[in-house]
Design a protein around this ligand. Sequence first.
Ligand code: ASP
Length: 589
Amino acid sequence: MSTFSMHTHTCDELRPEDIGSMVTLTGWVWHRRDHGGLIFIDLRDREGVTQISFDPDNSGGTAFHTAETVRSEWPIKVEGVVRKRPEGMENPKLGTGEIEVLVSSIEVLNTAKTPAFQIEDRLEVSEDVRLRYRYLDLRRPSMMENMRLRSDFTFAIREALHKRAFMEVETPALFKSTPEGARDFIVPSRLQPGNFYALPQSPQLLKQLLMVGGVERYYQVAKCFRDEDLRADRQPEFTQVDVEMSFVEQEDVMAALEDVLADAFAAVGVTMPKPLPRLTYAEAMDTYGTDKPDTRFGMELHDVTELFANSKFKIFATAANSEGQVVKCINAKGAGRWPRSQIDKLANVAATFGAKGLAWIAFREDGSINSPIVKFFSDEEMEGLRAECDVEPGDLVMFAAGERILSCEILGGMRSHMAKAMELPLEGHDFLWVVDFPLVHWDEDRKAYAAEHQPFTQPEEADIERLESDPLSVGSHTYDFVMDGYEAGGGGMRVHNAELQMRILKLLGFTEEGAREQFGFLLDALEYGAPPMGGFALGLDRVCMLLAGCDSIREVMAFPKTSNGNDLMSDAPSAVGGKQLKEVSLRLL
Ligand code: ASP
């Protein structure tokens, strides 16, 4: 029996063993059926549904008369006796499907306007309407299930961390810029006119300072704020399970994380293998064309650079003979049956991944070949290709030629596109580590080196001497946690030496003064006996989205924002009055 409540049982609790008991239930009127002399209501609470029935012959008919007046989504409290449902009226889909409650008294706790949409899992209403009335949307059983899944998973991960001596520490939301590669949200200070706080993009610097402070094992279910253009799996504020450890090496951190994650997934019925498979960044790019591969399906990238070294097809030959360039392909089995018009459209898809065009060969079921490029291929090239890609009738081979990483990314993009387009079956969940990312990459827009993970990542020790002379060749102590083809988490070991940290900041384009101004507090702290440290952050929203089988993180957030960053329920962001602006010494442009 539940306690601390107006009811004796939830709407998912009563079973045949309870037949004959007097019970009190509370919940919302879901469906109401008037069967002439009898009224049935499906009473719904967050746990489930119980059928309650009203009979004019019961208790002088008062309850029956009230039941005639109640409408959908009114909250009510009923008292009655549990009885067996009549033969043939059972509902095997409901936990409570064998019983009903014959109501002797009913109390209407409130009335309700007719909702903008029916509280049903199958909805034919725009997401905007759902977000405008999110409090009604949350009443839908599938949403409540998502909320519960998230709560269970979060609780389990907290428990798993706590059990391993991690300490939960809160860090401030009003802080200084903490770069993770996005734009900051800024908050004007009233007490110091003209100065601003930045909302943390993650607690990165603070958790490193906690390690200097001796916390040794830290975690926090932390809100992070990044002012980015939004996509289905991005929101301006999101939650990370943030972790940091000190006096550790990379393998210690990864092993601890595997234990914690496996426990948390197990708590929601998902088995995560231990140890997790690992791919290096280079392997992941070369084999799958992405640093977050979904390995539940193959369609791996083939390197055919050598094969086309003397090709009459100029584009391939040029790439094959240029330093740092490749010719690669994937074989989408089955897509060779697609009509020409459908295959032609793939060039547009490839363009979204940065391709200038798409070379392809369709091997038709009747043994014929359809392709704009094979006329340039020699017999040896065709034979070599068939052998390398295990070609069969019905296959579609697609190529990319040029700079290695870009070519891999184009085919990686096509690989996921084709998997979706062909509806390849994806069984269960897929977990792996991608490790050994480069320390930096060249950012063409800014014309500067940018941190691949973030600016505080520990370089591979043996590569440190090349930090200035050949930065792109410097490796790092990094690991991404990939789930179902999403980057579900990431972390690394940190620089714990002030001098090295300054060298890296300079490599990233900071002047010494600029670095001091922004990160002086970190650089200072590193000079006071900072221990070796490393950590990780798990994207809680993304993981919950994948666990719930949804395709947007909005489905696992109680009050998400739209892609324009609006909260449709409260209408945030909204204008503030002149007085409020004046208080923080701001005037609008
Ligand atoms: N702060 C990093 C991030 O938000 C994670 C980490 O390195 O711990 O991606």
